[in-house]
Write a protein that binds this ligand. Structure first.
Ligand code: ADP
Ligand code: MG
Length: 309
C-alpha cells in the first residue's frame, strides 16, 4: 500500500509562503487506479514528483509498504526500482529506435525474453509498426507512447503518469487509453494519473483525488462525486451544469416540458453530436440544458429538473 502521511511541500522554504501541497493524507491500495485532478497550477505534477521522491518534503512521510520514499537529500539516485514516473516532458534517446528505447533498461542476459517483452509492450502502446523507427522522427504522441512503454518495461509496482495522453490525437486516444489502463489493472500495477481530462478518469479510475487550494477537496469514487458533486469545481469536471436554488443541476438533468415554473429564452445552440447544448436565459441567470434538436434564438422554453438516479 502507498501511504501518504501529512505531507507538506513548498518549492521555496520560506515559512511565509503558502505551500503547494499542504498537509495531504491518502493511501492507495495495490493495483488501484487513482486520478489526481484539479485546475492548472493546483499541484498535480508536484504531487507526482513528490511521490516519486524527486523533492524533499517540508513535513510528513510517504511509504510504499515498509519502504519510506526519500527525497534527493537522502538519496544519491532519485527514484526506486518499484516505481516509474512518466513526466509531461518525456525523456527518450532520439537517435536510437523505438524498440531500443523501450528495451533500454531490460537485461541483455536474456535476449529472447527481452525481445518478447519489447514486442508485448509495443502491442500495449499500439506501436508495432514503428519498432525499427528512430525516435527523433516520431510525432509528439508517438514519443509519449514510447515513454509509456519504456516505463512499463521492468514491470513496476507503481506507475505515475502526468497527463499521459495530452499529446495523442483523438483518433487514437480512446483505444490507447483502454489498452494501457486495462494492462495496468491486469498486472495489478498501482496507477496514479494526473489529468484534467475527464475521459482519462471516467470508466477507469477507482478514485479521484481533487486538489484545490493546496489541499485535497475530495477523495472518492468518480460515481460518488458525479452523484454528489459537493462543489462547482467538482461538478465542472463532469460537464456543463447550473446552480438552481443552490443545487447543482447538470445540463442533461433539465428536460423541456409543456409548461413549468422555469421559463427560459434560448440564446445559443451548440452541436455536440447526439445532442445540442442550449445556452438560455432565465431572467439574468444563464441556464444550460441539453436538447435533441437545435433551437432558434429567442425561443421560449419551459424546463423541468429530472431527478438524478
Ligand atoms: P499542475 O500540474 O496542477 O498544473 P504544478 O504542480 O505544475 O501544477 O504546479 C503547482 C504550483 O507550483 C504552481 O503554482 C507552479 O507555478 C509551482 N511550481 C511548479 N514547479 C515549480 C518549480 N520547479 N519551482 C517553483 N514553483 C513551481
Ligand atoms: Mg501539471
Amino acid at each position: 500500500m502507498l501511504n501518504v502521511q501529512n505531507i507538506t511541500f513548498s518549492y521555496t522554504k520560506k515559512s511565509a509562503d503558502t505551500p503547494v501541497l499542504n498537509n495531504l493524507n491518502f493511501s492507495v491500495n495495490r493495483g488501484e487506479h487513482v486520478s489526481i485532478i484539479g485546475e492548472s497550477g493546483s499541484g498535480k505534477s508536484t504531487l507526482l514528483k513528490v511521490i516519486y521522491g524527486e523533492h524533499d518534503l517540508n513535513e510528513g512521510q510517504i511509504f510504499w509498504d515498509d519502504t519510506e520514499i526519500l527525497g534527493p537529500k537522502y538519496n544519491l539516485v532519485v527514484g526506486y526500482d518499484f516505481m516509474k514516473y512518466v513526466a509531461q516532458e518525456f525523456d527518450l534517446m532520439p537517435f536510437i529506435t523505438v524498440e531500443e528505447n523501450i528495451g533500454k533498461h531490460l537485461s541483455n542476459f536474456y535476449p529472447k525474453e527481452k525481445k518478447e517483452r519489447v514486442r508485448e509492450l509495443l502491442e500495449v502502446v499500439e506501436l508495432e509498426d514503428f519498432a525499427k523507427t528512430k525516435v527523433k522522427t516520431l510525432s509528439g504522441g508517438q514519443k509519449q507512447r514510447v515513454a509509456l512503454a519504456k516505463a512499463l518495461a521492468n514491470k513496476p509496482e507503481i506507475i505515475l503518469l502526468d497527463e499521459p495522453f495530452s499529446h495523442i490525437d483523438n483518433f487514437q486516444k480512446q483505444s490507447l487509453r483502454r489498452s494501457i489502463f486495462n494492462y495496468l489493472k491486469e498486472k495489478n500495477i498501482v496507477c496514479i494519473v494526473a489529468t484534467h481530462d475527464s475521459e482519462d478518469v471516467l470508466g477507469f479510475a477507482d478514485r479521484m483525488i481533487v486538489l484545490h487550494d493546496s489541499t485535497i477537496m475530495a477523495n472518492k469514487s468518480p460515481l460518488h462525486l458525479y452523484k454528489n458533486p459537493e462543489t462547482p469545481l467538482i461538478a465542472s469536471f463532469f460537464g456543463e451544469f447550473n446552480l438552481i436554488n443552490n443545487k447543482i443541476i447538470y445540463a442533461h438533468e433539465l428536460k423541456r416540458v409543456e409548461t413549468s415554473d422555469l421559463k427560459v429564452l434560448v440564446q445559443q445552440s451548440y452541436f455536440k453530436g447526439h445532442f445540442y447544448l442550449i445556452e438560455a436565459y432565465s431572467e439574468e441567470d444563464v441556464i444550460f440544458f441539453e436538447n435533441a434538436t437545435n433551437l432558434e434564438r429567442n425561443t421560449e422554453v419551459f424546463l423541468e429538473i429530472i431527478e438524478r438516479q
